[in-house]
Each structure stands twice: as structure tokens, then as C-alpha cells.
Design a protein. Structure first.
Length: 327
């Protein structure tokens, strides 16, 4: 889709859970994994052994970061087929996944610890980028993605999702809902009472929702009650704001960037360069300056590669501006 600030896209809200990102936070034995696996058509990514007491759930054993990357690649490459089998991808859990990613980066660069890489300056940027890229790819196809995270108290006693900021940022920042679970003990017969979920931050814990009209407290947290809360929030928004919710596919189409064909942008760039040169051969210096600004010093347009199509599109824009200045 061509970028034009004078013809912007108008944001829309998508119905249902497709494409939604949910993070469930809490201590042990609160039903985080159990309820997540009860969501529609789940595929469980087992960074930890959360299924040891749960039967009948399709899962992938993730024992190293490369396992996760292979799963993500398959979900990306065969999205249509995967969506016939799965609707919900469960990522359990964030803390362990970060350790796997850290170990992967160490192996790639041949060091024992991230802080030992880059001659002692550390591989923190490489680790952060690797984690962010894979999470972005996981979210891209539009499954309902449920991240599970343990809770950890800070110095003030307030509870947050457990993990380092480099791994938590792409998870929390992309989450439509961060639900914090609290236990309710047992009933008079000694049976565990289902946890409650909170969808708004308090002085006691971090939680949040992007939906203004959602119930921020779910007394009995289940997969069904969470889905109902989201669906009802969108329906309320439709009623209160007079909007019409759309499908996830329709929403996604408004958020996509234009995909550039390499041959087309190269042909366009060459055509504009020829027009500029016809006006005055001394313009070659300005053309070179524009190309090197975008591709790097001493780079030539003829040496550009296909994955640089978007960069060539920037060169086309600047060449076009320069041509208009000459006319």
C-alpha cells in the first residue's frame, strides 16, 4: 500500500480473538497453562514442561531456540495450512524462552556468556534483535497468540511479568491484554476454586487491556470467560462509538506496507536517472550522492540486491524530487 499522508488509512477494530495477543501472568498452579490449552484449536509451544499433567494437547517440544525458529518458519511458510489446524498458539513461557535465545546467541558468536561477546562489550543488541525478530514473525500470520509468564515482585512488592526487559518488551508491547491471575483458595470440600483475572493495573500488580469497554475483573478465569470478555468489549465499543468491527483480514490489510518489486523500482530509478542526465551531465554528482546516501559510500545502483527493493524505492523518491527541482 502506497504511503500518502493526505490519504491515510482509518483504524478499525477486529472482531473475535483472531490476531489478538494475550499475556497471562501469575504464580504456579493458577490455571495459566490449563486454561490456555482450552482455547480454540491450540498448538502448545513447550519451552517448559507445562503439559505433564494435561493430556490431549497438540504441542511442540522446544528444547532450544533453533526449535522455536523452525516452528515459526513453518507457521510463516504454511500459514493457510496451519490455520486449518490451529487457531491459538500458546507460548509457555517467556522467562525460559529468553534463556534459550540467550544461549543461542552465545553459540552463534562462540562465547559462554552474552557479556563476553564483542570483545567484552556484550551481545545484548544481538540478543534483543534476535528475540524481537522471532516474536514479530510469530505474531505476523494472525493466530491468537497466548504468552504465559510467571509473576515476580519488585522491590516495592508489586508484581510484574518475570523476565528481562529485552525479552519482555516485544511480548508486553504487542499484547492486547495482560491478565494477572490471583488464587482464590479452596472451597469447603477442599476443591481448588478457579483463579480470578484482573485486566487493569493496580498498586499490587501490573495488568492492562487495549479495550476501553472490557470488564477489568473476571471472577472465575477460564478460556471461555476471557474470550467472552473480549467479545463483549468489542460489541460495547460498536454500540457506544457507533463503529462497525471488521474481520481480522480486513484489519490487517489496513496495516500492511507496500511490497516493492525489485525489477520495477530498478527500472523506475534508471528511467529517472536518464531523464536527469539528459538535462545536464553535471547532475551525475547529485545522483551519486543520493545513491550513496541510501546504499552506502561507494555503492552503485547496479550492484543493489533484490532484498534492497524498499531502499531503491527511497532512492526513486529522492531522484524524482531532484528531477522536479530541475524542471
Amino acid at each position: 500500500m502506497s504511503l500518502d499522508i493526505f490519504n491515510p488509512q482509518i483504524s478499525v477494530v477486529a472482531k473475535g480473538l483472531e490476531g489478538k495477543v494475550i499475556t497471562i501472568v501469575g504464580g504456579n498452579n493458577l490455571g495459566k497453562t490449563k486454561q490456555a490449552t482450552r482455547m480454540k484449536k491450540p498448538l502448545y509451544l513447550a519451552f517448559e514442561k507445562g503439559l505433564n499433567a494435561i493430556a490431549g494437547v497438540p504441542f511442540m517440544a522446544i528444547n532450544k531456540w533453533s526449535d522455536f525458529k523452525k516452528v515459526v518458519r513453518q507457521l510463516e511458510k504454511n500459514t493457510e495450512k496451519a490455520k486449518e489446524m490451529y487457531q491459538t498458539i500458546i507460548f509457555d513461557q517467556v522467562g525460559d524462552s529468553a534463556k534459550f535465545c540467550s544461549r543461542h546467541i552465545c553459540n552463534v558468536y562462540g562465547v559462554d556468556r552474552i557479556k563476553d561477546g564483542n570483545d567484552g562489550f556484550g551481545l545484548w543488541n544481538e540478543y534483543e534483535t534476535e528475540y524481537w525478530e522471532q516474536i514479530s514473525k510469530l505474531l505476523g500470520p494472525g493466530f491468537t497468540v497466548v504468552f504465559i509468564a510467571h509473576a515476580e515482585a519488585d522491590k516495592t512488592g508489586k508484581f510484574y511479568p518475570k523476565g528481562d526487559k529485552r525479552s519482555l518488551a516485544p511480548v508486553i508491547n504487542n499484547s492486547d491484554i495482560v491478565a494477572f491471575l490471583k488464587p482464590n483458595g479452596v472451597d469447603e470440600d477442599g476443591n481448588v476454586i478457579k483463579s480470578s483475572a484482573y485486566l487493569a493495573e493496580t498498586d499490587e500488580f501490573f495488568a492492562r487491556s487495549r479495550f476501553d469497554y472490557i470488564d477489568t475483573y473476571i471472577e472465575e478465569y477460564t478460556a471461555e470467560s476471557l474470550e467472552a470478555a473480549i467479545v463483549e468489549a468489542i460489541e460495547r465499543q460498536e454500540e457506544e462509538e457507533g463503529i462497525q468491527a471488521v474481520t481480522f483480514t480486513e484489519q490487517k490489510s489496513t496495516q500492511e506496507s507496500e511490497e516493492y518489486d525489485f525489477n520495477e523500482v530498478m527500472e523506475k530509478a534508471t528511467s529517472i536517472i536518464n531523464e536527469i542526465m539528459e538535462k545536464d551531465e553535471d547532475n551525475a554528482k547529485k545522483i551519486t550522492k543520493i545513491i550513496e546516501k541510501n546504499l552506502g559510500k561507494n555503492s552503485k545502483l547496479s550492484e543493489a540486491e533484490e532484498e534492497q527493493a524498499d531502499i531503491i524505492s527511497l532512492i526513486v523518491d529522492e531522484l524524482q524530487d531532484f528531477l522536479e527541482e530541475l524542471e
